[in-house]
Design a binder for this molecule. Structure first.
Ligand code: NAG
Ligand code: MN
Length: 407
């Protein structure tokens, strides 16, 4: 059954190649260039498939089993006890908190801040000054599906390297991303946070002050610097190269994770290492920093211009919520994948520049090469859907394109 379902998504890969072909035809009308691009894509897909087939142990449901996660020593598909991963100490402390933006509530800046607000809004594309008024470890009200609160997951989970590329990110949004990850992840599972500076030059605080702050307050996080700007995708890949954990979790640099976000992402991967899992993406309002859901799950798709679209869940998927559901195309910006599988797939195509398109590259390789891509509704991560900062192109089709023109 599982394999059959995977077959459906494999067809999408063919459609994708044809779509890309038409897109280039339309874009360049240069048939020579076109056939090179096409050949290169087919070659890449073939070699990824070869790498994956070398490792083909499967159980009756078609899951890839018996693979050892290097760092933790856990074996994929091995029967495991299920436990409650909630950190009730952390949750109780958060419930008592009050103050600006606490519980994910909207905040309004005091009078007299208009000029400074405007300046920071332009350079960041969101209300960065308001972010500075909120605690780095602000609390969030738990908005998960009720059934998530009593769910259990595998007692032994693979270790995680979180990879966060950033470019000219604002100080408090970047730090709040790190702090929320550390506070809301099991400490023995979170191995490291790798911040990848994609050639920022404008903000002094992103240099030595960032490194010093992390050393003092968040020693699990480190910064790697790329000498010049290479774009989001290559930067992500460079971060993934540094990762030592069993699972790579990719996040954006202005996010906040919700309570117990990690175990639902990891549980499907420990069952079958050829798995990528996405969280539900919530909205952190760019003006008020209020935290709220966009919806409770949708499937990823695309139109013929390769703009990302979201389609409603089918009834049987709705009925099974918050059970994870298969997703044809990931959103792109936030996901977990086993490190081994990511590199078997050859990572991203390094020819992808800046951002956009990578969600198709990776999603179709996952389905085409015997893997699966799931959305886990019990894992929620908030993202600041922002405008394009001043001086940077405003383009439709960003990886989080449910709201147009954001990044
Ligand atoms: C649970 O949360 C508390 C308070 O934030 C923290 O000190 C502790 O390390 C956490 N426990 C685990 C297992 O991560
Ligand atoms: Mn973003």
């Amino acid at each position: 059954m599982k394999l059959l379902r995977r077959g459906v998504y494999k067809n999408l890969y063919i459609i994708f190649l044809v779509g890309l072909f038409l897109y280039y035809l339309h874009k360049t009308r240069d048939t020579e260039h076109l056939s090179t691009v096409h050949e290169r894509l087919v070659e890449k897909a073939k070699s990824a498939l070869d790498r994956v087939l070398e490792n083909n142990a499967r159980d009756g449901e078609g899951k890839s089993v018996g693979i050892i996660f290097e760092d933790s020593g856990i074996v994929s598909g091995e029967p495991q006890a299920q436990i409650d991963w909630h950190n009730y100490t952390q949750e109780t402390a958060e419930r008592l908190r009050q103050g600006p933006g606490e519980q994910g509530k909207p905040y309004v800046l005091p009078e007299g801040t208009e000029k400074r607000r405007q300046e920071l809004y332009e350079t960041n594309g969101f209300n960065a000054l308001l972010s500075d008024y909120l605690a780095l470890d602000r609390s969030l009200t738990d908005i998960r599906h009720d059934k998530c609160k009593t769910r259990h997951y595998a007692a032994r989970l693979p270790t995680v390297s979180v990879v966060i590329p950033f470019f000219e990110e604002h100080w408090t949004t970047l730090l709040r991303t790190v702090v929320s990850i550390v506070n809301r992840s099991p400490s023995n599972v979170l191995k490291e946070i790798i911040l990848v500076d994609d050639g920022s030059t404008m903000k002094e605080f992103l240099r030595a002050p960032l490194v010093d702050w992390l050393k003092e307050h968040q020693p699990k996080a480190k910064v790697i610097r790329l000498p010049t700007r290479v774009g989001l995708i290559v930067a992500r890949q460079e971060g993934a190269r540094e990762a030592k954990g069993d699972v790579i979790v990719v996040l954006d640099s202005h996010c906040e994770v919700m309570t117990n976000w990690l175990p639902p992402l990891l549980d499907p991967i420990v069952q079958d290492y050829r798995t990528a899992v996405c969280p539900l993406i919530d909205v952190i309002n760019m003006d008020t920093f209020a935290y709220y859901p966009q919806d409770n799950g949708a499937r990823g798709a695309f139109d013929w211009r390769l703009f990302y679209k979201r389609l409603p869940l089918r009834q049987h998927e709705v009925d099974r919520l918050p059970e994870p559901f298969p997703n044809p195309v990931m959103n792109g910006g936030l996901f977990a994948i086993s490190r081994k599988f990511f590199w078997e797939l050859g990572g991203y195509d390094p020819g992808l520049a800046i951002w956009g398109g990578e969600q198709y590259d990776l999603s179709f390789k996952i389905w085409q090469c015997g893997g699966r891509l799931l959305d886990a509704p019990c894992s929620r991560v908030g993202h600041v859907f922002r405008h394009a900062p001043k001086g940077r192109p405003s383009v439709q089709g960003d990886f989080l394109s449910t709201v147009s023109s954001n990044s």
